[in-house]
Structures are given as C-alpha cells and as structure tokens.
Design a protein around this ligand. Structure first.
Ligand code: ZN
Length: 398
C-alpha cells in the first residue's frame, strides 16, 4: 500500500491531487511531481499529505483543502518530521516548511465549488475521516478524484455517495477484499474487551490518531469499565469536537470524550490498572505509547492486544500477528498477551467500490492506491467499463 500523488492536466491548467509519502521505516518518498499551478489535498493522512510541505516550499503553489484537513494535516506532518528525525531518517523538508505550508492552504467546504481559470471544481464529502473530500473537475469532461472513501456510515462520519462523472479516479485499497458486517465486528470487539477487563487483564487497543481512535472510543461508549485514551488521538479530539459540519455528531463525540479518561503523562500511564482498557497510538505498533504498554504487559496472558485495522507488511502489528513478537527498538520482544484483530476500516470494500463505480457511471475508471487492483479491474471490465491502472510515473490520456 503506497502513497498517492496524482498529476492532471486539463485545458492547459496543471493540477496535483494529493502528495503523500509511505510512512514505513525508512519512509518511502514518491517521484517528485512536475511543476503545477494548483494542488488539492483530499485528507490529512500522511500517505496523501506527507509531501505537501515539500510541494509548497519548492513550488509555492496554493493547496485547496477543507478546514479539518488543514488543521489535522499540520499536526500529523509536524509529528511525522519529528518522528523521522528522531529515528535518524532523512526528511525532504524541515519543520519550518510545515509552518510555512499553512500560508498556501485555501480553505474549501463541502458542496461548494472553486473556480480555476474556466474550470469549476466541486468539493464532495468522501466519508473516510472528518474533512476527507472528493474533488470533481467540471470542464469538458467531468473528472471525479475520490481520495480515500467510505460509503458506509460510521460513528464518526457519514458515508459518501456516488457522483456521476465521465472519468472516475478512485482508490482501490480493498480491491479483492470484503469487510465482515460492521455490527458483528463491533459486537465481538466489545465482548472481547469486556472479557479481558473482567478476567483482570489490560485491553491494549492500538488505533490511528486520526479517525480510528475516536471511532473505537465511540464503539466503547456504553461500556461499564474504564476506558483511557493515550497518544496523539488526544490532540486530534480537541480539534474534532470543534468541527460541527464535519463530524456526524459532535454531541456524541463530546459525550464519549466526557466518559473517556485521558492519560496525561508517563506517571499516569504507569498507574493504569488491570481491569481497564486503553486506546492508544500507533495503530500498527511502530511507535508511540502503545510500545510502553506492550513492554509492561508482555508477560501477562490475561492482557490482550486488540488490533483495530489492517496491518501493513513490515509493520510491528503484522509481525505480532504472524510471529507473536514485536521489535522494541532493535530487540525482538515476545508478547504473551492474547492478540485479536478487528476490521474497523474506513475504506469502502470490494463490493462497495463496485457499487460506487456503477452509480457514478463513468466511461473510464482509473484505479490507484491499492496493492491488488487487478481484482477490481477484472470485475469492472466484465461490466464493460474502460479501466486504467497506471504504474508510478506513468502518464495516461483519458
Ligand atoms: Zn486515508
């Protein structure tokens, strides 16, 4: 699963959609994009936003994004520079570039359009995380660029709806894979967390700071045990509760936060007792406070690590699932806790992607951002769609 950066030329205007990096160890940087006139950022996740500070510093172009993407993006990018530098990996820009980037952002809102020359760009909700947008270019042909999408409603955001277009540029992260029914996963997750808590263990729940931490806390909202939040999800919450138009129910999020206990420092982290649950970063165990919890509880079979999303290859999360070990710095560490996996993905799955494409009814579908695009391509071709799956750096005419 790589990062995304898409260049588009229309009526002589050069656009860039997203400019990300792969937050692996070491981070993988994309081919540097050619000069552009304007950029669009669909959402704050690093695999879409990671190179935006570089783009602003090098090219000085404006970047259109929604308010949550601007505010949360800055937070994630500052953290990404900090983490990469502390781990000794080269970063193609400085922390000061992240500050300067703020000046180039132009705020856009859902269901509003932006005029660029004689091209109109409509902003639609993508349903992936708060503020995640799809951009629709309306000139001769209409082109819809989805970024990451979710068609189903989650606790945190409402799902997206198809937009009729001529050319559809769509993510395909879950091509070839379907999610189990959400309500079943939620039920099993709540029951397992309760079981761990009742047997006197600590339920360690790794989750991404943006989106997943809040979603998981909302799922656990009515539980009768203590639920703690640690890591960057804390700062993200403080932003999300201000974003009335972008969160499904700010009231419900506030209520959830009202009953969630916040870990403020290392002393509080150590004081979290057994018989409780903690939601913490990072979601794939590659850093953050989750490693402290794992180290502390590694010999305790009553405790459990309940993973809340797909674990990418070469991450500690994947290693734990496959071998029962993680890397703590340079040292392998055996984890004797129970390990569980719950698919709370914020991406549309294979059947939802198919349905979405059908209802957008494009002539051409461009598949990007997926490890296994062939599966979706085959199903779409069988329905007579023209499908293009460009390689990195490849230019296509549509
Ligand atoms: Zn994303």
């Amino acid at each position: 699963m790589g990062s995304l950066c898409l260049y588009l030329e229309e009526n002589g205007v050069r656009f860039l959609f997203d400019c990300g990096l792969t937050p692996s160890k070491p981070p993988k940087y994309p081919i540097k994009p050619p000069p552009v006139d304007l950029a669009f950022l669909t959402h704050a996740h690093i695999d879409h936003s990671g190179m935006i500070p570089w783009l602003c510093a090098q090219q000085g172009v404006d970047v259109i994004a929604t308010q949550p993407t601007i505010d949360i993006g800055k937070m994630l990018l500052e953290d990404s520079v900090k983490v990469s530098s502390s781990e000794g990996y080269p970063v193609p820009y400085e922390k000061s570039d992240v500050r300067v980037m703020r000046r180039y952002f132009q705020e856009a809102a859902f269901d509003e359009s932006v005029e660029v020359g004689n091209i109109e760009v409509m902003v639609h909700t993508a349903g992936h995380i708060p503020g995640a947008a799809m951009f629709e270019l309306i000139s001769g042909k209409s082109v819809l660029f989805t970024g990451d999408i979710n068609t189903l409603d989650t606790h945190l955001v409402n799902g997206t709806s198809p937009v009729e277009c001529d050319v559809l540029v769509i993510e395909s992260t879950y091509s070839g894979r379907n999610h189990p029914p959400r309500s079943k996963t939620e039920y099993e997750f709540i029951e397992k967390t309760r079981e761990v808590v009742e047997r006197g263990g600590l339920a360690i729940i790794p989750a991404f700071a943006v989106g997943r931490s809040q979603e998981v806390l909302m799922i656990l909202m009515n539980s009768d045990f203590e639920v703690w939040l640690d890591g960057m999800g804390r700062a993200v919450n403080r932003e999300f509760v201000k974003m009335n138009e972008y969160v499904r129910s700010v009231e419900k999020l506030r209520k959830t936060m009202g009953r969630t206990r916040i870990v403020r420092n290392a002393a509080e982290r150590e004081a979290i007792g057994l018989g409780q649950a903690v939601v913490t970063t990072s979601g794939m165990l590659d850093g953050g406070p989750v490693l402290d919890y794992l180290k502390e509880r590694r010999n305790d079979p009553k405790s459990a690590v309940l993973l809340t999303g797909f674990q990418v290859e070469d991450t500690n999360g994947r290693r734990l699932l496959e071998t029962g070990e993680i890397m703590y710095g340079e040292t392998p560490m055996k984890i004797d806790c129970e390990v569980g996996f719950y698919d709370f993905s914020a991406h549309a799955d294979h059947s939802e992607l198919l349905r979405f494409v059908r209802e957008c009814s494009p002539e051409t579908v461009v598949l990007c951002h997926g490890d296994n695009r062939e599966a979706l391509a085959a199903d779409l071709q069988a329905e007579d769609f023209t499908v293009i799956s460009p390689e990195e750096g490849e230019m296509v005419n549509v």
